[in-house]
Ligand binder design. Structure first.
Ligand SMILES: [Zn+2]
Length: 365
């Protein structure tokens, strides 16, 4: 006979409540709270199959201005929150491969409907991509530019090919080129020096991690509510397997030209039910106070959330404010420090607007 442990029992599973008949009930509110609090800021874009087709094949047309041969068109960017877990669980050396690194699991609220190939962008993360660019001369705008696959957060290196016998030429940002979203726009001096077709660039830059939905592992999961006078079904969060877009298709738009935006939602309502605050300004009042002001553009907000960062990368929630508030004093700052702020509006169901502009300031000594 095994001797019973003498250790005291400090916790105990509570007895089954007879009133709920032992049924496990899912609490939607708790799931949604977890997504809201633990999740990343993400963008979801709907994937639409491009109707273009190369003659005699099933492939998309490389010259198609809607998809550039990708075969998919991404529309109507919506900002929401989602929990992303890495699925790279196998750590044995033989299992390591680029493809494994790209898998993740995504959990979002059931209001965010997703489908195969929808594009997910994690707005809080940063990752690196290297690609070639062959700039295109837009004669109408008199600009030389090249489109990168992703919106560029920071260009790390941009090299110009200057013949196979010469060293690559490292270009200087704001001197030789500027960045606009996913575009590298070269200085006009390159128009006179070179035929635009001859410019070959290599770019290494940081961007927001981007994924495609590969498999929806849990689509509509319904939890039943019975008892307490309630009878009904509850939609539970959606879970999907997503894969880094590098590893789905490493799509280089080698001609570096524009892809048409087929979104049919206007600029100021990119799928959001609420307009974002704009014109955020910050004023250091003293070494212990920064005042914020913004424009309240919505008439349906339940309130505003103010977020602060010291590196313009990792933002933390500073305060939740009531509706119609358009100023805030941050009295938790310290002297001689740089702070960045952004404000977001939310409505009663928890959905959020896009973020305001980011405004930064430095407190005096
Ligand atoms: Zn197409």
């Amino acid at each position: 006979m095994t001797k019973q442990s003498q250790k005291p029992i400090t916790t105990q599973t509570p007895p089954q409540s007879s009133s709920i008949g032992g049924k496990i009930s899912h609490n939607k509110g708790l799931y949604e709270e977890a997504i809201e609090n633990q999740g990343y800021n993400i963008f979801i874009e709907k994937a639409i199959k491009c109707p273009c087709k190369s003659k005699g094949t099933d492939s998309a047309l490389p010259s198609c201005s809607n998809c550039r041969g990708y075969g998919w068109v991404f529309i109507n960017k919506v900002q929401t929150r989602g929990i992303v877990h890495s699925m790279n669980l196998k750590t044995e050396f033989k299992e390591w491969s680029e493809t494994n690194l790209g898998n993740a699991s995504l959990t979002i609220r059931d209001v965010n409907k997703i489908a195969f190939m929808d594009r997910i962008t994690i707005n809080d993360g940063e990752t690196i991509h290297s690609q070639r660019l062959y700039p295109y001369h837009d004669k109408r705008r008199n600009e030389i530019y090249a489109a990168a696959i992703y919106d560029i957060v920071e260009m790390q290196e941009l090299y110009l090919f200057d013949g196979s016998d010469n060293k690559l030429v490292l270009l200087q940002q704001d001197v030789d080129y500027v960045i606009r979203d996913n575009f590298v726009i070269l200085d006009n001096k390159y128009i006179s020096k070179n035929d635009f077709l001859g410019l070959h660039l290599s770019a290494r830059y940081t961007h927001r991690p981007q994924y495609h939905v590969m498999d929806i592992t849990r689509d509509v999961m319904v939890s039943q509510i019975r008892g307490f006078g309630i009878n009904g079904d509850l939609d539970m969060p959606v879970n999907a397997m997503i894969r880094r877009s590098h590893y789905v298709v490493d799509e280089e738009n080698l001609e570096g030209n524009l892809i048409l935006d087929n979104s049919y939602l206007g600029d100021d309502m990119t799928g959001c039910k609420i307009k974002q605050p704009t014109n955020l300004t910050t004023t250091p009042i003293s070494n212990a106070q920064v005042d914020l002001a913004w424009l309240d553009n919505s008439d349906n907000e339940a309130g505003y959330i103010v977020e602060r960062s010291t590196n313009n990368k990792d933002y933390l929630q500073l305060s939740i404010l009531a509706a119609d508030v358009s100023t805030y004093s941050d009295t938790t700052v310290v002297a001689s420090t740089s702070y960045f702020y952004r404000v977001i509006a939310f409505i009663a169901d928890g959905s959020r607007s896009l973020y305001s502009n980011i405004s930064g300031t430095t407190t005096p000594v």
